[in-house]
Design a protein around this ligand. Sequence first.
Ligand code: GDP
Length: 163
Amino acid sequence: MDDKRQGLTFAPAAGSGVNTKSNDFMSNRTLTMIKPDAMKKGYAGAILDMIIKGGFRIVALKQIQLSAEKAAEFYAVHKERPFYGELVEFMSSGPIIAAILEKENAVADFRALIGATDPAKAEKGTIRKLYASSVGENAVHGSDSDANAKIEADFFFSSLERF
Ligand code: GDP
């Protein structure tokens, strides 16, 4: 991911009261999505169970279906990649669950819990190894940096939806 993603940032006015904990966010929160493939196959409950048993606290959670426009915006960083159209189509093909997760070292620990992008290369016991079917339809998203975790959390959730 690169700084192009910064274009998505919702920047609250200073003193607006939004994201007053933004400094805390930087190393202890991440954003996940349970993707349409896992939702359709009925894996959402099992995946949430692994997340909670993995020591992550759910700060915010919602079920939502992205429009193609919103999916394109979320993944704009990949727009030059050959799979971008396929990715946008897939991510808007059905409901997802989006959640903000909290844990010390959240981004790295969650990436370890989900495993490699390609489930064939994911370690045994990871969410993608257990529940993903291909590099495209890979069951879950996890932010790849603290900066993107904040941007992605702001994409889905207002301050009133975080606990
Ligand atoms: P991630 O950070 O592990 O999710 O991986 P990336 O940031 O590299 O890619 C973002 C998402 O794009 C992945 O999770 C996949 O859903 C999708 N993706 C990545 N590579 C491919 C590919 O080769 N083909 C397709 N169809 N989708 C891909």
